[in-house]
Design a protein around this ligand. Structure first.
Ligand SMILES: [Zn+2]
Length: 294
């Protein structure tokens, strides 16, 4: 199978998975991937992503001119083109409307709290790009603010966008966002969301390097430090780092090194000694995340 035929088949498969997992309804969502240096392979407009065939895809150049295909390219092509322009490092773009994550996008609540180790190692934080009319030039404009520093974002009152070094990596990030949104929703319904300490977040960031996960940008300096605006924005309003809500633990780790350390850090009522995760469990979580990225 040629590289192009294989990529066409992979886009069909990703579309099928998105539809099966209810990340899209009807003809929603779109998928694209680089086909060499100058061309893109893209889903066509007005087709259900669950029932595509490889021959349906369009080939365009990087300006969006259709080079091949019976159908017209996705109505969100402008957003995809902008992402490829801003991120020469990425090979694929996935857009969908996963319902729980989109609920956060509708509520205006970014997924930027330090809650899950595997999310911190794979995506970091997930901001919300401002509302823009779908399929217009407003949408790429909104996405531009965050795309240099993030591999995934919510689109206000619309859906979610993920990018990756290959098609499945971009798709798995969409799964991660929806999974994270679901867990965050449950934790908030339960009335408690324990955050991972900033020191641990930085440690997890270092692990990215160890596992060979390319992070588009570092975690922003703690806004409490007074370092910059704290919102990850640079002069022209483009985010250059990832804002993560993580309380400073005063140098303490969420997970003590050993049971002795846990006992030592226990308060009079013993409650502080409660261990949520062992390092073995934490490592297993991270390794799972890495496997899913490959
Ligand atoms: Zn959409």
């Amino acid at each position: 199978m040629s590289a192009e035929a294989s990529l066409r088949a992979d886009i069909v498969e990703v579309g099928r998975r998105m539809y099966a997992r209810r990340y899209t309804a009807s003809n929603d969502g779109n998928i694209s991937a680089r086909l060499g240096a100058e061309r893109l392979l893209m889903t066509p407009k007005s087709v259900c992503k669950g029932f595509m065939t490889p021959d349906m895809m369009c080939i365009t150049d990087l300006e969006g001119r259709k080079l091949q295909g019976e159908r017209d390219p996705s109505s969100e092509m402008l957003m995809h083109l902008e992402v490829y322009r801003q991120r020469p490092d990425i090979q694929a773009v996935v857009h969908a409307h996963p319902p729980i994550a989109t609920g956060f996008a509708v509520a205006g609540i970014p997924l930027d709290r330090a809650v899950l180790a595997e999310v911190l190692t794979t995506l970091g934080s997930i901001p919300i790009a401002a509302y823009a009319t779908p399929s217009t030039a407003e949408l790429p404009e909104a996405v531009r603010k965050y795309i240099k520093a993030h591999d995934g974002m919510l689109l206000a009152n619309h859906g979610a966008l993920t990018v990756g070094g290959d098609l499945f990596s971009a798709y798995y990030k969409m799964e991660t966002i929806e999974h994270f949104a679901t867990i965050s929703l449950v934790a908030r319904l339960l009335g408690r969301e324990n955050l991972i300490a900033r020191e641990e977040v930085l440690r997890l960031q270092e692990l990215r390097g160890t596992y060979g996960i390319a992070a588009p940008a570092p975690i922003c300096a703690d806004p409490a430090d007074g370092g910059g605006s704290g919102d990850g924005s640079a002069g022209d309003d483009v985010a250059t780092c990832q804002l993560v809500q993580a309380p400073s633990g005063g140098g303490q780790r969420l997970v003590p090194d050993s049971p002795d350390a846990a006992r030592a850090s226990a308060g009079p009522d013993g409650k502080d000694a409660e261990i949520r995760l062992t390092y073995r469990q934490l490592s297993a979580l991270i390794e799972d995340a890495i496997r899913s990225l490959r």
